[in-house]
Design a binder for this molecule. Structure first.
Ligand SMILES: *Cc1c(COP(=O)(O)O)cnc(C)c1O
Length: 411
């Protein structure tokens, strides 16, 4: 009998006695109780993928004394496994947080923050350029539950201050805002919220915890769609909610438990694997995106390139002050003489850029967005806005693709 067989509970004697099979009932029981011992000294680079709903207690006393909120042990798969706790600890370390909670998607992480912190009679503030489904959640569901939703202009501090009421409990921040890529003055907004005892929650997906350190800026809660850069493969959905504040974490954790928002070990493993290359990929996306953005600025058809690292882009000075890098995501607009139908034809003519939602994955993506519904009359640029996710292709090939689509559709 080899060690390998021993460690996986294969009993050589039982294997050779095949002519007298065990009764079906014993097989059914034995299948659930193999003599498996985890291999001692198997110190692999990747943590094991633990899958569990049930976690077995040695006795009733151990079961009764187990507190599901404490992450020094295990209670039930929904409350965490060694795999999800490992991922939570690593994500908290990246952002400089004390606590991390995983959710099945970025949007469910947003919902968790909303449902944990605001209730009937309260008000929540969302920037006008907030991630679209977050606004849908607020305006379509939260309002129905007696919660007031206040949409604010993240670049207008005077109006934002005036919008805060005694009922305001939560202010969402996004840096930069979705699609418009406007970089708000986070320091000033956080100070404003603090002055009114309003909790701040930053959608930190764009920075991946690399370009921006939310807790050093004073943010109370950071939320991320791990679906984007942490996964990196365009094949996992997951979200995180991190904080340094013990009391806030407890409120979030209770809501997380009551809503049943746990994640499975397989998905957590995929994200853990992605984390190893997160910084390298982020840097590569950033470098390529800046090259493509700089090239677009030279195109006579292009009116504005909305990329926070480019001088002249809205909130660029805030990016310089608060960020150390930029993601591979940015937007641009065409000159007014380019018709809306031509923009669609341009997007259709792209070969390497695929049409699809999400970002942070290996393949470059493109989506045209109508800005009228999003930013209203305060939108100073042309509409539609074309948003690019720069993937891991060669930047020169991406530029050539954009150039051929412009030649085909815009002249
Ligand atoms: C994608 C995204 C989300 C939501 O993430 P999902 O995992 O797709 O639900 C939230 N915020 C921002 C800024 C995003 O881009």
């Amino acid at each position: 009998m080899s060690n390998y067989e021993h460690s996986f509970g294969l009993d050589q004697n039982r294997e050779t006695k095949r002519e007298t099979p065990a009764p079906a009932s014993a097989v059914a029981t034995n299948l659930q109780h193999p003599s498996y011992e985890p291999p001692v000294g198997f110190n692999a680079v990747q943590p094991a993928t633990h899958r569990a709903s049930t976690v077995i207690f040695p006795n009733v006393a151990a079961m009764r004394s187990r507190d599901w909120r404490q992450k020094n042990g295990y209670t039930y798969g929904l409350h965490g496994t060694p795999t999800t706790f490992t991922l939570e600890a690593r994500l908290a370390a990246i952002e400089g947080a004390r606590h991390c909670i995983l959710c099945p998607s970025g949007l469910s992480a947003i919902a968790l923050v909303d449902l944990a912190l605001v209730g009937q009679g309260d008000a929540v503030m969302l920037p006008a350029n907030v991630y679209g489904p977050s606004r849908e959640l607020a305006e379509r569901l939260l309002t129905g539950w007696g919660i007031t939703v206040q949409i604010y202009d993240p670049l207008d501090l005077v109006a934002t201050r005036a919008a805060i009421t005694q009922h305001t409990r939560l202010m969402w921040l996004e840096a930069p805002g979705s699609v418009t890529m406007e970089m708000p003055d986070l320091v000033a907004l956080i100070r404003l919220a603090r002055e009114h005892s309003v909790v701040t929650a930053l959608d930190n997906t764009w920075s991946a915890g690399i370009a921006l350190k939310p807790f050093d800026l004073g943010v109370d809660i950071s939320m991320q769609a791990l679906t984007k850069y942490q996964s990196g493969g365009a094949d996992v959905l997951m979200g995180s909610v991190t904080t340094r504040d013990d009391a806030l974490h407890e409120r979030l954790l209770y809501a997380h438990m009551r809503l049943g928002l746990g994640v499975g070990g397989d998905d957590a493993s995929l994200v853990l694997r992605g984390l190893h290359s997160l910084a390298l990929r982020y840097g590569a996306h950033d470098a390529s995106a800046r090259r493509v953005a700089a090239w677009l600025q030279t195109c006579p058809e292009v009116q504005t390139v909305l990329h926070p690292a480019l001088p002249g882009s809205p909130g660029h000075a805030n990016w310089v002050r608060d960020c150390s890098a930029a993601a591979g995501l940015f937007s641009f607009t065409f000159k007014p003489w380019v018709q809306e139908g031509q923009v669609d034809a341009f997007v259709d003519a792209l070969q390497l850029f695929k049409i699809g939602y999400s970002w942070g994955g290996p393949v470059s993506l493109v989506v045209p967005y109508d800005m009228k519904g999003m930013r209203g009359d305060s939108w100073a640029y042309a509409s539609p806005v074309v948003r690019l996710n720069i993937g891991l292709e060669d930047a020169d090939d991406l530029i050539a693709d954009l150039a051929q689509a412009m030649r085909a559709c815009l002249r």
